[in-house]
Design a protein around this ligand. Structure first.
Ligand SMILES: NC(=O)c1ccc[n+]([C@@H]2O[C@H](COP(=O)([O-])OP(=O)(O)OC[C@H]3O[C@@H](n4cnc5c(N)ncnc54)[C@H](OP(=O)(O)O)[C@@H]3O)[C@@H](O)[C@H]2O)c1
Length: 315
């Protein structure tokens, strides 16, 4: 595998005092490193966690290592529209302006499941929850402009274990087709890419820049529905590293670049090294043209926006 892409050091020493960032899934993996780096640079970071006790544990660990900024933990279950609304209303009652939103939390290859709102688990958690959160935080992001919205997608939006990423508008929740955990993941990660693309079009003329990113193949807890995390972390770790798996601090580089680079092509896709159908894309790129033709389909992006708005009850 090619070497991982690393942020220029000047971005990681930029002074962020006076700014507020929101990071979903901030208690673990890529999200945790993102929270820590932003706080190191002096930002106030809202660490959104499905399990607040885990969020507090992460906060204590980061603070123990020493940061200049502040970290607030708040409960957010993206698989529940009520939880997203409660999180947003609490956040807006405390923070007037938000300078960056990182839609990072996610699940991968889960068993078939339906949320309390009646949506397929991966589409709900990875896309619909973040869609509603973004809409509810837009006023604060406008007040924080210039601001950034970063969707953590995956190279699996292209192909996930052989399944091409595509949005099945006739069966978003796998009610008529056989459920496949990788197909559902690929659909949800393509939705992350199209969401960032469509937001950029909607926000033209507003100083809010959007991006979707692939963080790399990263040693985190994401694998847990496919193999036990301890097998990845201990038994297979050296072999997986040779195969291209990277550490969380390397996995956070693309998100941090998309948040902190002074110039960004809004709506574009930024990729760490990854697995793609086209070999040339393997080395990644900031930005990278996705090899998946569906990722460039503006009509699908616009339709996804409309359908998502209806599903989350904003239409
Ligand atoms: N690791 C990789 O190789 C890789 C590759 C490509 C893309 N990604 C993407 O990177 C992002 C971060 O994942 P990671 O690799 O850092 O994995 P991770 O360590 O498992 O972190 C995922 C985070 O999402 C949270 N989460 C899961 N379900 C949630 C829900 N319903 N509501 C709110 N938060 C929820 C988790 O909370 P809990 O701790 O409570 O479960 C955790 O904080 C994901 O979007 C993933 O798709 C990762």
């Amino acid at each position: 595998m090619p070497k991982p892409l690393i942020c220029p050091p000047e971005l990681l020493s930029r002074d962020l005092v006076g700014t507020t960032y929101v990071v979903t899934g901030g208690n673990s993996g890529i999200g945790l490193v993102t929270v820590e780096q932003l706080a190191k640079q002096g930002a106030r970071v809202v660490l959104a966690a499905r399990r607040p006790a885990e969020g507090e544990r992460a906060r204590a660990a980061i603070v123990g290592r020493g940061v200049r900024g502040a970290i607030e933990v708040a409960e957010l279950n993206l698989a529940s529209l009520n939880s997203v609304r409660a999180f947003a209303s609490k956040l807006l009652s405390v923070h007037d302006a938000v300078h960056g939103l990182v839609n990072n939390a996610g699940v991968m290859n889960t068993p078939r499941g339906t949320t309390a709102d009646g949506f397929e688990t991966q589409f709900a958690t990875n896309h619909l929850g973040h869609y509603l959160l973004t809409e509810l935080l837009l006023p604060a992001l406008r007040r924080g402009a210039p601001a950034r919205i970063v969707n953590v997608s995956s190279c699996y939006h292209d192909k996930a274990q052989g399944r091409e990423g595509r949005i099945d508008f006739d069966d978003l929740h796998f009610e008529r087709r056989a459920y496949d955990g990788w197909e559902a993941y690929a659909q949800s990660k393509l939705a992350n890419v199209l969401h960032a693309r469509q937001l950029a079009r909607r926000l033209e003329g507003v100083a809010i820049t959007t991006a979707s990113v692939h963080p790399g193949w990263v040693r985190t807890n994401l694998i847990r529905h496919s193999i036990p995390t301890w097998v990845q972390d201990y038994v297979l770790r050296p072999a997986l590293r040779l195969g291209g798996m990277i550490e969380p601090w390397e996995g956070a580089q693309t998100t941090l670049y998309a948040l902190l680079a002074p110039e960004l092509e809004s709506g574009a896709y930024y990729s760490q090294v990854g697995f793609y159908r086209e070999k040339a894309a393997t080395k990644g790129g900031w930005p990278l043209r996705s090899p998946n033709p569906h990722a460039h389909d503006d009509a699908a992006a616009e339709r996804l926006d409309r359908v998502s708005r209806e599903l989350v009850g904003l239409a």
